[in-house]
Design a protein around this ligand. Structure first.
Ligand code: 1YM
Length: 646
């Protein structure tokens, strides 16, 4: 294996580096020194990014109209292969660099836009610096390029060309194949997750109607193979999201509006269902924009205005009724907004908010015009949507009254904390922890076992509300949830205020069995839907109580998995016994402290939100009504439960 440092003097001589190539290599060295700057991180996330970078180049080629099929294969030993049937890359000598253009693409770090022209030059991540970044961070890259009637190969290791461009002969084929293996010296994790990649390719297939992805897991003989191709584009995306929620639709056909202004396009697909939550997913140049931006603002403004105008004109709202709010008109809505434009500007904390102001008017005009037309032409659909929005408005009013009542009641109670809460002495949220504990007996052990200086305990008991199936007015004032809301002290929903939060570690502690996992899911669903900043800021944790106590004579050890139990049993030798804990309540206070609550010895899982769309779907699947997708999800993910990561 030849690493950058291991590159021999002899090779350096035979490669005849001139000044421009030295600059080139310095560029790629910079990528290896600070990979995070180029791909975000060197965790599993960064690893998957490498694949997106190469696939995005193939998607660009499809957007330019030259490619219709992208084939991705996960191969044994950490290799990935990405192939497109586009033009392939020109291989003639690049006059500036004195080497083949193909080699330039993989070895020169391009700041900003991709060179060449045409199309939108836009898709994902790094705006075209992709190939060279992947090359810098790969142990080896092998390229087969079929362009203009000839096939060539070239290979690189950690950014260096190790097998020069070599003509393989004539061909009628065209397109590029890139095979690479991520560098284990750079990445903490080098195993790809099929489902993460599948979700990404499916999203890209929806966003680029007709484009075909063939995705195969060739790492094991029984690996999956999936073909993704949607002639309906974002219409199919909406149908997919609706189907996943097993939601009952208010109108059979997805509404679809589109405008093409030459240098920019906007598309909207939307459909209402009987659920209460809203799913609005927006994209600019095929990049997801979870922070929203001008295109999203234009969509929301137009939707609210058109539906209010229609409601007034057709007497769904009376003269003295208040206007429907944005939340009212988006209840039960699944919608995708996708715009494509030149020189997209991304702003916001995570650079995922579209800033180009012209897109606001473009989407607003599109939806204002086409949606009003649609409602005029489809009065029965219009009526169903109106009924839904007006009911939502009433529920919102009811929720407001319930909230005020709770507020007044708690003011009367002089903001008394819940009776079951055993609070801690310290008042500084940065150092304090709230354990939400399932069951009174476990709560008792936790109260006795804790360090009361900084650990507070809130026992919960009885059946918890599933907020996924309830409208807001039922959530406020719910007797199981309100102790949690009051104990945390930061409010809920739109009024949630992180600054008032009383603890910065919120630990869900439940049994390691099915019931416990149900409670964990219910709590997480509640936090996700009503206290999302808790999760976004990484304040939510899941306690990890041991599964077994292994003992022999006076020796006592704890095991957190079956395999650990077996190791300990073997270590303690003959006569050692393991007995499985049935629940937290079985542990005495000292054991609970030592295994699960002592910051020096415990392990906890921090709940991270990697991908809001996926998390949203996961909660719907796990906590919603549909049984079949839930069974599938659990079967698929059961092997991951030891490491919950939303
Ligand atoms: C498996 C990944 O990268 N395909 C790909 C890349 C390029 C072209 C075609 C391409 C682009 C242009 C002209 C152009 C790239 N070319 C360049 C460069 N698939 C994959 N397919 N001819 C071919 O943009 O004008 C960079 S990427 F630099 F040659 F233009």
């Amino acid at each position: 294996m030849k690493g950058v440092n291991a590159l021999s003097e002899e090779q350096k001589v035979t490669q005849k580096y001139d000044e421009s190539q030295i600059q080139v290599l310095e560029g790629l060295e910079a990528v290896r020194k600070r990979p995070g700057m180029y791909i975000g991180s060197t965790s599993a996330r960064g690893l998957h990014h490498l694949v997106y970078e190469i696939v995005d180049n193939a998607i660009d080629e499809a957007l330019a109209g030259h490619c219709d099929t992208i084939t991705v294969e996960l191969l044994p030993d950490g290799w990935v292969s990405v192939q497109d049937n586009g033009r392939g890359i020109p291989y003639g000598i690049n006059p500036q660099k004195g080497i083949s253009t193909l080699e330039v693409v993989f070895t020169v770090l391009h700041a900003g836009g991709k060179f060449g022209s045409g199309g939108y030059k836009i898709s994902g991540g790094l705006h075209g610096v992709g190939a060279s970044v992947v090359n810098a961070l790969a142990q080896r890259v092998e390229v087969v390029n079929c362009h203009g009637g000839k096939c060539h190969t070239i290979a690189f290791e950690r950014g260096y060309t190790v097998e020069p461009l070599c003509e393989q002969g004539d061909t009628e084929e065209h397109g590029l194949t890139v095979r690479f293996k991520a560098d284990g010296e750079i990445f903490e994790e080098t195993e790809y997750d099929f489902d993460i990649l599948l979700t990404r390719f499916r999203e890209q297939a929806f966003l680029n109607a007709g484009l075909k992805f063939i995705f195969t897991d060739k790492r094991t003989p029984e690996g999956e193979s999936v073909i993704l191709q949607y002639e309906g584009g974002i219409r199919s995306y909406v149908e997919h999201l609706t189907r996943q929620r097993d939601a009952e639709v208010l109108h059979p056909d997805v509404m679809y509006f589109a405008v093409d202004k030459g240098t920019s396009t906007a598309e909207v697909a939307m459909q209402y269902n009987t659920n209460y939550n809203e799913v609005l997913v927006t994209f600019a140049n095929d990049i997801n924009t979870p922070e929203g931006g001008t295109h999203e603002a234009g969509f929301k403004a137009a939707l609210t205005k058109v539906l209010n105008d229609y409601a007034r004109k057709n007497k769904f709202l009376k003269d003295d009724d208040k206007n429907l709010t944005g939340e009212d008109v988006r209840e039960g809505l699944v919608a995708i907004v996708s715009v494509k434009l030149q020189e997209a500007q991304f702003e916001g904390q995570t650079k995922s908010k579209l800033g180009n102001s012209e897109m606001r008017a473009m989407v607003d005009n599109l939806v204002s015009e086409k949606l009003s037309e649609y409602l005029e032409e489809n009065p029965s659909v219009a009526r169903a949507i109106m009924d839904k929005a007006v009911t939502a408005a009433h529920a919102r009013e009811a929720a407001r009254r319930a909230r005020e009542l709770t507020r007044r009641k708690s003011a009367l109670d002089s903001m008394r904390l819940p009776g079951k809460l055993a609070d801690c002495q310290d008042r500084r949220p940065e150092v304090t922890e709230l354990y939400i504990v399932e069951g009174d007996s476990a709560g008792g052990s936790a109260k006795q076992g804790r360090d009361s200086r900084f650990q507070a305990i809130l026992p919960l008991w009885g059946k918890m509300l599933n907020v996924e199936k309830a409208r807001v007015d039922k959530v406020f004032g719910n007797d199981k949830l309100s102790p949690v809301i009051t104990a945390l002290g930061a409010g809920i929903g739109d009024e949630f205020n992180l600054e008032k939060l009383r603890y910065h570690k919120i630990v869900i502690m439940a049994d390691a069995d099915v019931d416990g996992s149900h409670i964990r899911c219910l709590m997480l669903t509640f936090f996700f839907r009503y206290m999302r900043p808790l999760i976004d800021n990484g304040y939510v944790y899941i306690a990890q109580p041991p599964l077994y106590r292994v003992h022999k004579g006076k020796q006592e050890r704890y095991a957190f998995s079956d395999s650990e139990r077996d190791v300990i049993l073997a270590e303690l030798g003959n006569g050692a016994l393991a007995d499985r804990y049935k629940g937290l309540g079985e542990m005495d206070p000292d054991q609970l402290w030592e295994t699960t609550m002592n910051p020096d010895t415990r392990t906890m899982l921090r709940v991270e939100l990697q991908d809001a769309i996926a998390a949203d779907q996961m909660f719907t699947v796990l906590m919603g009504d549909a049984v079949e997708p839930r069974r599938e999800f659990i079967e698929k993910n059961a092997r991951f439960v030891e490491n919950l990561d939303i």
